[in-house]
Design a protein around this ligand. Structure first.
Ligand code: HEM
Length: 123
């Protein structure tokens, strides 16, 4: 018996166009979030937006090929703590909420982001 497949997270986030828009809004939110904006002072925001978009695209079941560093390599020298992680995740949730992403999808993203805690915090 066949049953229709549930749409992937990639589809529920709006595919490549939706994820690109989400990534741009998240990076923009980080750049003005007083709790974390200083970390991005020297970043190439265009490249970061592309990398974050590809990372999420690939990780959610999309066709992109992420070209950036692995998460520990990208974050280990920043000395990030839990408050930084919460602030960054809040920015993502704020973007998803503003776009009207459904609560199940939103919470799935939250769980995925939280699961990276051990790969981005080194205190
Ligand atoms: C929730 C877990 C996180 C994920 C999944 C994540 C994801 C990413 C990705 C995909 C990149 C691109 C890396 C590259 O291009 O090589 C990146 C870079 C970066 N992340 Fe995160 N990140 C997380 C948490 C954080 C937190 C909590 C902060 C600080 C508050 C942060 C600050 C940065 C900065 C400043 C860069 C850019 C580094 C540079 O310009 O070289 N990240 N992150």
């Amino acid at each position: 018996m066949t049953s229709p497949e549930a749409p992937s997270l990639y589809d529920r986030l709006g595919g490549t166009d939706g994820i690109n828009e989400i990534a741009a809004a998240v990076v923009q939110a980080h750049s003005i979030n007083p709790a974390i904006k200083d970390f991005f002072a020297d970043s190439d925001m265009e490249k970061l937006t592309r990398d974050v978009a590809d990372f999420f695209n690939m990780g959610s079941g999309g066709p992109a090929e992420y070209q950036g560093r692995d998460m520990p390599s990208a974050h280990k020298d920043m000395n990030l703590n839990e408050a930084h992680l919460v602030a960054a995740i809040d920015d993502v949730l704020g973007v998803l909420d503003a776009r009207g992403v459904d609560p199940v999808t939103r919470n799935e993203v939250l769980g995925i982001l939280y699961s990276f805690k051990g790969e981005v915090l080194f205190q």
